[in-house]
Each structure stands twice: as structure tokens, then as C-alpha cells.
Ligand binder design. Structure first.
Ligand code: SF4
Length: 671
């Protein structure tokens, strides 16, 4: 009988953070099974079941590479790291520390994000650090943080099982956060009523009691109208508003103009359906709101989130099981990357750079930068003028950032680009130095899921070739810059994080062996905090802030950019899993049959999409799941890079670009 190892770890894809087992034989992961722990509870999605498909792939990067002319030469780690340290030091000496920047990875562990943050601030000497959260949930951090006190999910996923009503807005939950969708369906079987607000008809909208199929980008008008009905019909929690919030009276006065009829004119949702939605949400004892990038990836993303917060505050739906606000994070560790201070304005645990610099200077025994750091898109926009050297950890901005043509020009003009990854990508192919990194199955560490749950990932097999965990790489680079690290394991790194970060103060790898812990967990004997705000808000009172609907341009076609359930982000992992690639091997554009007929487009016709930023080709898919004038397309495919069509206009609060929608024209190929 063959002895098989089963190593418990955490899924590397979406932010749900499903626990699962890697089954290993002959140093290879050959199968995956789900853990019974929440949120997996014995279930995985297709990507999860096939998680091992990319780990053993022959394309894995195995050795460090340095560009020599127009080709790459394999080199040793010591030569690669010396070259990197000398080259970054030279740029810093000649042009100043703020010409350097680091973009960390939401697929990397907390320990890796922490050490790259330390490298950026303590060694490079700049606050120019950011992570992919800037492109997905920066508005959540800003709106929930400033209004409630913490820019994160208020309740654990399991809390949805106690909800009487669930509002899902801007989230294709069954496809993109399946573990959350499992819980919503279970809640529905238990009697919860479900409403979906989405311009597309999706799987989750089909099981909903109400589907409000609004025009893209008109969420604020709709949410304000729901709030208006709640106020008019007395479905608000006066006691909660009086005792735990501020700013309601001013918000109530301004909400009055958003009647359901006015909102209907803006959103295209019938006024009576808006009233029904208000009753569904307002009459529930415990109502929850689940949202994702359909809310945040807009140039008014922060206001979108605030409109959700206003509804929860008006009805007192915070601080209890079954209530709450659930921003769904797209990547395994995007929450953790932010928690670890991979942000230009915060150290770990959202300790402001402006307030806590002295604390980190004392701990690290180094002077730290005082100047304001740039956000991810600002960093890219400053290449060629202010930014000359960049370290990109495990990200592929050529496909994931707006206006890929501009990103390519920016990366081409850097003096030094270092990219770490597990596979060659469009971005590694532009790097001066490529660093091969261990995958999630080949290292130890922690990640923090969308529900603020810190969990272990465990090493199951050795990395290929001489690939290393990125925390080891960052520690070696710190030493190359003369900053003694002395870490012998990622557990050592977590000890330093815990010592400096109140919300992680009670976290150790040893404790996590017994199961995940929700932060804040300030001390070793603290059990963690699954539900926030049970006893009040950190700032005393939560804040209403009225938000207005931005002008919605009536484009001929509005392209919604999203995801397929079979692929993840820029496809570097899932497109190497043959079953996932077989299911969706190429980009598609969903178009309403009436629009298609008018343009002479049939199912499968090649079409050209064009915006002010660029032109791409894809194949049309006729679908009455999208409204007239609306198109949908996923962005995973390098052959049809949808994000190339989007622009650089930023949300003024969170600095997120409007990646969710683009104004485009569409025509038949050859027409
Ligand atoms: Fe992984 Fe998310 Fe699927 Fe769970 S729901 S298995 S975390 S991709």
C-alpha cells in the first residue's frame, strides 16, 4: 500500500480562504480535497479542486535570470541579488530614494508582504509601495475605514447563515466567490430572502427573490432611492441612529430628492421594484450586504461603498450575526497585503506613516522616509519622470492595470525592473532580472482571507530548481542593504509582525496550527474577533456621508469587464490547468441578441472592440443576460486584454482607476 501525505493548507486563488488538503506522492501534489473547516465545509469550486494543476507545470521558473541584451541568462541567487542591491542603490544614490518603488503581491504571504514593505521603507528609503488592492478594494479601505473604523469585512462568511435578507450588489458570487455563494444558498434554504443588484443576469440572480438589473455605474442613485424609501416608510432603526451614528440628519435631507421614480430614470430599474427592494432589506431583522468589484472598480468607487454603509447604518445592521457588510476580496491575501502595510500611507495594521514612523524607526533601527508615497497607478504614471527602478512581486500589471499600452511604455523606460513570479508572464518578459519564487505549496507562512481570518499555508513539496520563498529573497536583500534580519523561518517574521501590530498581537504560527483566527487578536490569550462593532465603533460613532450619483454618460455601448469562473486574474496559473483552459480557452464578449442582430453579429463572430485607449479582438457570445447597450468581457486573456480599453481616471478618495466599465464601440471583424 502506498503511503500518501495529506498536508492542510489554504487555497491560493480567491479571498474566501478555503482550507484544503494537498495530497502528495513522490514530491508531487497529485490531488486536492476540501477541509471540513469553514468556509470550505467540505466543498470547493472548480478552481479549488484543480489547484494542483499548475504547481507541477513544466513552465515554472526555476532559476534567476538576468537580461543580457535581448536575451536572458541564467544566474545564481548570489549574483542576482548582488546585482539587484547594487543597481537599486545606484539609482537611490544618483536620483534619490523616491525614484524607487515596490508593488507587492496579494498571492504572497503576510510574512512576504511584510518583509517587502520593510525592504521598501527601510532599505530603499521610500513610501512608494502598494499592492493590487489599489485596483480592487481601495474604496472599501477608505469608505469602511473612515465611516466605521475598519476597512474590512464586518462579519465572517458563516454569519450569512443567520441572515434574514441578503443584498448582493456588484458581485457574481457563484462564479467568483463560490464559498460565499454556498453560504448564501444555504441561508436561502433556511428562509433568507435574496436580492441581487447587477447589470447582468447571473447564476445568483436567478435564485434571487428580486433582481434589479440596473444600468452600469448607477448604483448610488439606486441605493439612495432604497434609503429614501426606508426613511419615508419608517423602516429605519432610530435608536441605533441616535446612539451610535452621526451625520444622519444632513444625509436624510439630501436623500429626499432620490425618489424611486427619479432613480428609475437614472438606473432603468422600475420604481416599484426599488420599493420592493427597500421592503426586503428594511423589514429583515438581520440584513447583510455582499459586494465585490462591481461596486469598487469605479472612479466613484468610494462613494458607492459609502452608499452601502449608509443603508446598513440607517437600519442598524451592524454588530450582530447575520447583519453586516461583506466586501469580497478577489485574491487569497489581498486583505493581508494591506494589513502588512503594503500601502503608501500605512505601516502594518493601518498604523499611519504620519503618526507611527518613530515606532518603526526604533524597531528597525533605521531612519524611515517622511515624504508621501505614491499609489500603484501613480507609480506607473510617474515612470519616465519620477520613478526609475521598480520591484514587482508576483503581479502582471501589463494585463491587470488600465491602459496596457501606457503600462508597457512605462515599464520599458525603467532603468531597472525586477519581477518575481512562479511563471513567465507578460511582465517578467520585460524585466531586467527575473526571480523564481516558490508557490503556495512550497513554503510556510500565513495569509488573511476576506473575512479577516489569518490562516496557515504549509509547505508540502520542494520548489522547482532553485526557486525560493519570497520571504527568504526579501530577507537576503535586506541584508544586502546592511539591515540585519536574522529570520530563520517565516514564524520568526510573524513574531516581528505581532510585536509591531496591535491587531496581530496575539498571532503566532503555533496558535494557527489549531485553526484560523479573525483579527483583531491583540494578545496571546485573545480568541480573535469574528464580528466587528458588537460593542460600538472604534471612533465612537459611525459616520453617515451623503453621496450623489455621478453623471452617467449614455454611451452607445458600455463594456463591463469581469471574470470567468474558470480563470483567475491574468490567467498565469489557471490557463496552465488543462481542464480550466478547456472550459474557457479564449476571451468572449457577451452581447444582447437585439444589439447583435442590428450589427450583423452572430454567436461566435469575431468582433473588434475599440475605446479611446486601444483596440482588441474577441469572439461574440449572444446572451440576453446583458441589457441592450451593455457588453461583458473577462480580462484574463493576453490575446484579448480587456483592461487595455480602460482609462486612468482615478477615484479622488481611494485612487482606484475605473477598471469595471469602459465606453466602447463594437463591430464585426472585417466590417
Ligand atoms: Fe479557492 Fe475561492 Fe474556490 Fe475556495 S471558493 S476553493 S478559496 S477559489
Amino acid at each position: 500500500m502506498i503511503a500518501l501525505d495529506a498536508i492542510e493548507t489554504t487555497c491560493v486563488y480567491c479571498g474566501c480562504g478555503c482550507s484544503l488538503y494537498l495530497h502528495v506522492e513522490n514530491s508531487k501534489v497529485f490531488a486536492i480535497t476540501p477541509s471540513l473547516k469553514p468556509p470550505a465545509r467540505g466543498r470547493l469550486c472548480a478552481k479549488g479542486w484543480l489547484l494542483h494543476g499548475f504547481v507541477n507545470h513544466p513552465d515554472r521558473l526555476r532559476e534567476p535570470l538576468i537580461r543580457r541584451g535581448d536575451r536572458y541568462v541564467q544566474t545564481s541567487w548570489s549574483e542576482a541579488l548582488s546585482y539587484i542591491a547594487e543597481s537599486f542603490s545606484e539609482i537611490k544614490r544618483d536620483f534619490g530614494p523616491d525614484t524607487l518603488a515596490v508593488l507587492t503581491s496579494a498571492k504572497a504571504t503576510n510574512e512576504e508582504n511584510y518583509l517587502l514593505m520593510k525592504l521598501c521603507r527601510a532599505a530603499f528609503g521610500t513610501n512608494n509601495i502598494d499592492n493590487v488592492a489599489r485596483l480592487c478594494h481601495a474604496p472599501t479601505l477608505f469608505a469602511l475605514g473612515s465611516s466605521l473604523g475598519s476597512g474590512s469585512m464586518t462579519n465572517p462568511i458563516e454569519s450569512l447563515l443567520h441572515s434574514d435578507a441578503i443584498m448582493i450588489i456588484g458581485s457574481n458570487t457563484t462564479e467568483q466567490h463560490p464559498a460565499v455563494a454556498f453560504h448564501i444558498m444555504e441561508a436561502r434554504r433556511n428562509g433568507a430572502r435574496i436580492m441581487v443588484i447587477d447589470p447582468r443576469r447571473t447564476q445568483i440572480s436567478e435564485i434571487a427573490d428580486l433582481h434589479l438589473q440596473l444600468r452600469p455605474g448607477t448604483d448610488i442613485a439606486l441605493l439612495n432611492a432604497i434609503l429614501n424609501v426606508l426613511v419615508q416608510e419608517g423602516m429605519i432603526d432610530e435608536e441605533f441612529i441616535r446612539s451610535r451614528t452621526e451625520g444622519f440628519d444632513a444625509a436624510r435631507d439630501r436623500i429626499a430628492e432620490y425618489t424611486p421614480e427619479v432613480a428609475e430614470g437614472i438606473c432603468g430599474v422600475p420604481a416599484d421594484l426599488i420599493r420592493d427592494a427597500a421592503v426586503l432589506y428594511g423589514r429583515a431583522d438581520n440584513a447583510a450586504t455582499v459586494y465585490a468589484m462591481g461596486i469598487t472598480q469605479h472612479t466613484h468607487g468610494t462613494d458607492n461603498v459609502q452608499a452601502i454603509v449608509n443603508l446598513a447604518l440607517a437600519t442598524g445592521n451592524l454588530g450582530r450575526d447575520g447583519s453586516g457588510i461583506y466586501p469580497l476580496r478577489g485574491h487569497q491575501n489581498v486583505q493581508g497585503a494591506c494589513d502588512m502595510g503594503a500601502l503608501p500611507d500605512y505601516y502594518t495594521g493601518y498604523q499611519r506613516v504620519s503618526e507611527f514612523r518613530g515606532k518603526f524607526e526604533d524597531a528597525w533601527n533605521v531612519r524611515l522616509p517622511t515624504s508621501q508615497g505614491k499609489t500603484a497607478v501613480e507609480i506607473m504614471g510617474s515612470v519616465g519622470s519620477d520613478i526609475r527602478g521598480m520591484y514587482i512581486s508576483g503581479e502582471n500589471p501589463l494585463l491587470s492595470y488600465p491602459d496596457g499600452t501606457r503600462i508597457r511604455r512605462a515599464l520599458e523606460s525603467l532603468d531597472l525592473l525586477v519581477v518575481s513570479d512562479i511563471f513567465p508572464t507578460e511582465t517578467t518578459r520585460m524585466a531586467d532580472v527575473v526571480l523564481p519564487i516558490a508557490s503556495f505549496a512550497e513554503k510556510d507562512g500565513t495569509v488573511t482571507s476576506t473575512e479577516r481570518k489569518i490562516q496557515l499555508i504549509r509547505k508540502a513539496i520542494d520548489p522547482p530548481g532553485s526557486a525560493l520563498p519570497e520571504w527568504v529573497v526579501a530577507a537576503k536583500l535586506l541584508e544586502a542593504f546592511g539591515i540585519s534580519s536574522g529570520y530563520s523561518s517565516s514564524a520568526d517574521v510573524m513574531r516581528e509582525i505581532a510585536a509591531l501590530t496591535p491587531s496581530y498581537g496575539g498571532i503566532t504560527h503555533e496558535r494557527l496550527e489549531r485553526g484560523g483566527i479573525h483579527w483583531p487578536c491583540p494578545t496571546p490569550d485573545h480568541p480573535g474577533t469574528p464580528v466587528l462593532y458588537r460593542d460600538g465603533f472604534p471612533r465612537g460613532r459611525a459616520v453617515f456621508r451623503h453621496v450623489d450619483q455621478f453623471k452617467h454618460d449614455n454611451h452607445k455601448f458600455t463594456l463591463i469587464i469581469g471574470r470567468s469562473q474558470y480563470h483567475f486574474h491574468t490567467g498565469s496559473m489557471t490557463r496552465r490547468v488543462c481542464i480550466l483552459e478547456r472550459e474557457v480557452p479564449e476571451a468572449f464578449v457577451d452581447i444582447n441578441p437585439e444589439d447583435a442582430a442590428a450589427l450583423g453579429i452572430r454567436n461566435g463572430t469575431g468582433v473588434i472592440l475599440e475605446s479611446e485607449r486601444g483596440t482588441i479582438r474577441a469572439r461574440a457570445r449572444l446572451s440576453d443576460g446583458v441589457r441592450n447597450g451593455t457588453l461583458f468581457m473577462p480580462f484574463h486573456f493576453r490575446e484579448s486584454p480587456a483592461n487595455m480599453l480602460t482609462g486612468w481616471q482615478l477615484d479622488p478618495h481611494s485612487r482606484i482607476p475605473g477598471l469595471k466599465i469602459a465606453s466602447v464601440s463594437i463591430r464585426r471583424e472585417g466590417a
